[in-house]
Design a protein around this ligand. Structure first.
Ligand code: SF4
Ligand code: SF4
Length: 483
């Protein structure tokens, strides 16, 4: 019997047997016999073969090989496809810029990345000067000539402590970005919102991302003033003002972001956003307390995990037409979308190229350009400002292209493992996952591989199960065939 070392992943669902062919980047349906046969000949222990397989299954597997499936080919090296053209992207296509206009904040949220619990910045009185902001905006305009859109985002600390500064930047940007379709965004705790601010933001089409964690009890646990007093009541008062005076602004320019603490129960937060009147008009999203650079990892409670899984299950039921959408979680609605997107990316190709790169890293500097109060550049606001590897240039000297290439090609760090990893296309590890501050650590990065691979496996199972039950996922160029 032949032994294969195909670059594939086999998996089962309650309704079927499948293989994901990494070279072809497609999922194929298998019969149970074909699955067993492939599982057997693609494993290491064929030596003591006592299993018998029917002729039809053997013929099917041969057919598949004749059609170019089940290839053993692996990429030879991790090399990002944009590596050789990165300079042109950096010079002409920078997508958005985020200005850290202040490190000050009127709050002391318990999970803040400035709180001291992270290998990162801490709260301080440092602020950006107008000269630095204008230089950063000039740099962005100069490096985004190919884009007809422009996005300037304000980040803190709490940006609304510097409203006059924001106004100056908005007007400077409007003047400099003439001819582009421009947007602004501010990430805020919403405690300092006033009528004057909202009126200005409405006039200049500024979008607000407001942190709101749930009911008074949940929100006030973490989101507190310096004296530990909760901020929920103040945020609600300000939102009522927005609703009464600027109802259009509420529905079109506000997104709420709930930071989930996975040590708590999920249902309380979820119930709050289901009943919360203002959330019916504005967009809502959720993110978990970040473990990136955190000194102590925040571990999810069993309750939290099972509640999330149940809510995702309900979202699937709703998309299959078995449950009214009103019973599903707004906070998790992206879960179904993610699976649809993933399905649409399963596009047939001849084979995986020799030079390839796993998913995960952004095109640092191009996708989003975070600029700190001193004018230093970073790939995004989530990476540590204390890390020299993440400092990818500054407003005076421009981009450090060598450092950017290292972040872009972070797969090199774990190349031997990655070239044999079936979850390459699903990997979401970027350089921040490897960042130890002192070095970019292969060990740190690969410690997260099993979780990435498990997630990829359950994503494939979800996609196939949903389709078994009739979900209309967008048809991509998918070579699905009954063998
Ligand atoms: S988290 Fe990583 S991939 Fe995402 S934007 Fe930041 S550096 Fe890029
Ligand atoms: S999960 Fe790990 S081994 Fe697989 S591609 Fe990502 S970094 Fe590489």
């Amino acid at each position: 019997m032949i032994v294969l070392n195909s670059f594939i992943h086999l998996f089962k669902t309650p309704g079927g047997h499948y293989l994901y062919d990494v070279n072809k980047n497609v999922i194929l349906d298998l019969s149970e016999e074909e699955y067993k046969l492939l599982n057997y000949i693609n494993s290491d222990d064929t030596g003591n073969c006592t299993m018998e397989f029917n002729a039809q299954a053997k013929e099917s597997i041969d057919n598949l090989r004749d059609l170019g499936f089940l290839s053993e080919k692996r990429p030879k090296e991790m090399y990002h496809p944009l590596n050789d053209t990165i300079l042109s992207h950096l010079n002409n296509k920078v997508n958005m810029i985020t200005l850290q206009i202040t490190k000050q904040c009127n709050l002391r949220c318990k999970y803040c990345i400035y709180s001291g619990d992270y290998e990162n910045r801490v709260h301080s009185n440092e602020k950006m000067t107008l000269e630095t902001a204008q230089k950063a905006i000039d740099f962005y305009i100069d490096h985004s000539r190919d884009n007809d859109k422009g996005l300037l985002a304000f980040y803190g600390g709490e940006p609304l402590l510097e409203f006059e500064f924001i106004k100056n930047c908005v007007e400077y940007f409007e003047e400099k970005a003439e001819g582009k379709y421009i947007h602004f965004s501010v990430t805020t705790n919403a405690t300092l919102l006033t009528e004057e601010i909202v009126e200005y933001f409405q006039k200049h089409n500024v979008h607000l991302l407001i942190s709101l964690d749930g009911s008074s009890e949940i929100h006030n646990k973490n989101r507190v003033y310096r004296d530990d007093k909760g901020t929920f009541e103040k945020v609600m008062e300000n939102l009522e003002m927005v609703k009464t005076k600027f109802p259009d602004f509420l529905s079109s320019n506000i997104t709420f972001n709930a930071v989930l603490d996975p040590r708590n129960e999920f249902s309380c937060v979820n119930n709050f956003f289901t009943d919360f009147e203002l959330a019916k008009e504005a967009s809502v999203m959720a993110s978990e307390i970040s473990n990136l650079y955190r000194k102590d990892t925040v571990k999810a409670s069993e309750n939290y995990i099972s509640e999330i899984e149940y809510e995702i299950f309900k979202i699937f039921l709703s998309n299959l037409g078995h449950l009214d959408e009103k019973y599903t979680s707004k906070l998790l609605s992206k879960e179904y979308v993610e699976r649809k997107v993933r399905y649409s990316r399963l596009k047939m190709r001849d084979e995986i190229p020799d030079r390839f790169h796993h998913g995960g890293p952004c095109v640092a500097g191009v996708q989003r350009l975070f600029t700190d109060v001193d004018g230093n550049f970073y790939p995004c606001e989530r990476v540590s400002e204390s890390s020299p590897h993440m400092k990818i240039g500054n407003i005076n000297d421009g981009f450090d292209v060598d450092k950017i290439k290292t972040l872009l090609n972070i797969g090199k760090l774990s190349e031997d493992k990655c070239i044999n990893c079936w979850a390459l296309m699903f990997c979401n590890l970027c350089a921040s996952a490897a960042d130890d501050i002192d070095e970019l650590s292969a060990e740190k990065k690969v410690s997260r591989c099993s979780s990435v691979i498990d997630t990829a496996d359950s994503m494939l199972k979800d996609i196939c199960t949903l389709r078994e039950f009739g979900a209309e996922l967008v048809k991509a160029d998918m070579s699905e065939r009954k063998l």
